[in-house]
Ligand binder design. Structure first.
Ligand SMILES: [Zn+2]
Length: 332
C-alpha cells in the first residue's frame, strides 16, 4: 500500500477507496492513443487487474500520441497489447496484467464477461463502440465511451441497464469514421487530458456511491472549453431497452480499406497457419520477419502483415481490386 501513499492522502479516495481500486478488473479496449495513456494511469494508480485488447501492432506514426511504446517496438512491429503489457508490468509489478491480440468482438470477449468489472472504450471506430454498447448492456458492465479527433474529445459514462446508452446519445451509430483521427489527425497534447478524465470517471464510478451517469462531456483543448450535457434515456432505444445483439458481419471480418492508412484488411477463413505460409515464402525466396504476435514480409511495393488470429493487412494500396489481386497471389 505504501506506493499509493500520495493517492490515499487525497480526501476523495482515501485508504478505503484505494482498497476498492485494488480489487477491480478493468478491460481496456484499444491500446492506441487514449488506451495507452489510460492503461498507464490505471497501472500507476493501482487498479488490481488490467486486461488489454488490441488487434494492431506499433508503427512509427503512433509514437506522436501513444504512450508506453518505443521506436524499437515499431521496428519490431510488436503487437500493441503485448508491448503495452510489458511496459506496464515494469511500472507496477504488484498488479495483474493480461493481454489479448485480437479484435474486440463476441468471440474474443464473452469468455471474460464474468470477470470484468468495468470497461474503458479506447477504440477508434464506431463499429466496435456499437458492439461494446450491446455487450455491456447484455452483461451489465459499466463502461466509459471516449473518442477524440483533431482538438475535440467526447466522454460519457454508461451504467447498464438504467442509464442512457450510446444509442440514446447518438441515435443511429455512424457507419463511417468521418472524424477518425486517421483522416483528420489528432493533437498529441489532447490525449493525456482525455485519458486522465476517463480514469477520473472510472475512479468515481468505483468509489463514489452517489456517482451519476447520464452526462455527456465535450472538451476542446485548443480553446480550453468544456461543456457537459444531460442525456436522457430514450424509452424506445434499441440499445438499452430491447438489447438487440449484433447481427451484421463485424467490421473486422470484412475485406475493407482502412481509411487514411493506405491499407486493405483481409481475413483468412481460419487462424494463420504460419508453417504453411513460411513454406510458401521459402519457395518464392521471400524473406520474412516474425515476433510473438505476427509475421510480415514485403512483396513488390506491398507489405503483408499476418496476425495469428487470421487477420491480414496489406499495406501499400487503398484500391480493393489491386489489393485482392496481390492478396490472392498468396492466399485463397
Ligand atoms: Zn439507449
Amino acid at each position: 500500500m505504501e506506493r499509493y501513499d500520495r493517492q490515499m492522502r487525497v480526501k476523495n479516495i482515501g485508504k478505503v477507496g484505494q482498497k476498492k481500486l485494488l480489487t477491480k478488473t478493468i478491460l481496456i479496449v484499444g491500446v492506441g492513443a487514449i488506451g495507452s495513456y489510460a492503461a498507464e494511469i490505471c497501472a500507476r494508480m493501482g487498479f488490481g487487474k488490467l486486461i488489454l485488447i488490441d488487434r494492431d501492432y506499433v508503427e512509427l506514426s503512433n509514437l506522436q500520441r501513444q504512450s508506453l511504446f518505443t521506436e524499437q517496438d515499431a521496428l519490431d512491429k510488436q503487437a500493441k497489447a503485448y508491448a503495452a503489457s510489458k511496459a506496464l508490468q515494469l511500472i507496477n509489478s504488484d498488479i495483474e496484467i493480461e493481454y489479448i491480440v485480437d479484435d474486440a468482438n463476441v468471440t474474443s470477449l464473452t469468455p471474460y464477461a464474468g470477470a470484468i468489472d468495468y470497461i474503458l472504450d479506447c477504440t477508434d471506430n464506431f463499429m466496435t463502440r456499437d458492439f461494446l454498447n450491446q455487450f455491456c448492456f447484455t452483461h451489465q458492465i459499466p463502461w466509459i465511451f471516449t473518442s477524440c479527433a483533431g482538438n475535440y474529445a467526447n466522454l460519457m459514462p454508461i451504467i447498464p441497464p438504467d442509464s442512457a446508452c450510446l444509442h440514446c446519445l447518438l441515435g443511429d451509430i455512424p457507419q463511417t469514421n468521418a472524424a477518425s483521427c486517421d483522416i483528420i489527425g489528432v493533437d498529441g497534447a489532447l490525449i493525456p487530458i482525455v485519458a486522465g478524465m476517463q480514469v477520473s470517471l472510472l475512479t468515481q464510478m468505483i468509489i463514489n456511491p452517489d456517482f451519476k451517469a447520464n452526462t455527456y462531456y465535450q472538451l476542446d483543448n485548443w480553446h480550453f472549453s468544456f461543456r457537459s450535457l444531460e442525456v436522457k434515456k430514450r424509452p424506445d432505444c434499441s440499445g438499452c431497452t430491447t438489447g438487440k445483439m449484433v447481427s451484421e458481419v463485424p467490421f473486422s471480418e470484412q475485406t475493407v480499406t482502412l481509411c487514411g492508412r493506405d491499407t486493405v484488411q483481409f481475413r483468412l477463413p481460419n487462424k494463420s497457419n504460419y508453417l504453411e505460409i513460411k513454406q510458401l515464402l521459402a519457395e518464392q525466396k521471400i524473406t520474412y520477419k516474425e515476433n510473438p504476435a505476427l509475421l510480415s514480409f514485403n512483396y513488390e511495393k506491398f507489405q503483408f502483415v499476418i496476425f495469428k488470429n487470421g487477420r491480414v493487412l496489406l499495406h501499400g494500396t487503398e484500391n480493393i481490386t489491386e489489393a485482392k489481386k496481390t492478396y490472392h497471389l498468396f492466399f485463397n
